[in-house]
Ligand binder design. Structure first.
Ligand SMILES: [Zn+2]
Length: 149
């Protein structure tokens, strides 16, 4: 199970290798994604809080990257953070998500991206529920829900 020390180590010293890599040009991503999906996943914008009903859905299933369909989270790790963004406390696999130090807005945060296709997903914070203590604060638009893995 990942904790905050692991996250900071990955962000500072480098991330684990993904199982595969998906690389597309900006033009190819624009063809595949809606303008809003493109802004969030490829330009690291943040969707409006409470903009998706995904925040309040807790049915079993898995959440995949919208861009490359890599499975990122299991619904069993989802919790109600009250923030207005879907929140998880642990990824499905250690190497499914990559971490980057984000110094925009004058504070240092840890950005999370899909380790397979580099899609911006959101940020991770050290104020999640035990035992991991992690809160993955995700843009709903960056995720795709499937009932089965
Ligand atoms: Zn991806």
């Amino acid at each position: 199970m990942l904790n905050w020390n692991d996250v900071m180590r990955f962000a500072r010293d480098g991330n684990p290798s993904p199982d595969r890599k998906v690389v597309k040009t900006a033009a190819e991503w624009r063809m595949q994604l809606s303008p809003e999906e493109y802004r969030v996943t490829r330009e690291a914008h943040t969707e409006r809080a409470f903009s998706s009903e995904m925040c309040s859905l807790f049915e079993p299933g898995v959440y995949s990257c919208l861009c490359c369909e890599t499975v990122l989270f299991d619904a069993a790790e989802k919790f109600d953070s009250g923030t207005g963004w879907p929140s998880f406390t642990q990824p499905v696999k250690t190497n499914s998500i990559a971490y980057r130090l984000d110094k925009s807005w004058g504070v240092t945060r840890v950005e999370t991206v899909c380790n397979t296709c580099d899609a911006h997903l959101g940020h991770v914070f050290p104020d999640g529920p035990p035992p991991s203590g992690l809160r993955y604060c995700m843009n709903a638009v960056a995720l795709k829900k499937a009932t089965h893995a």
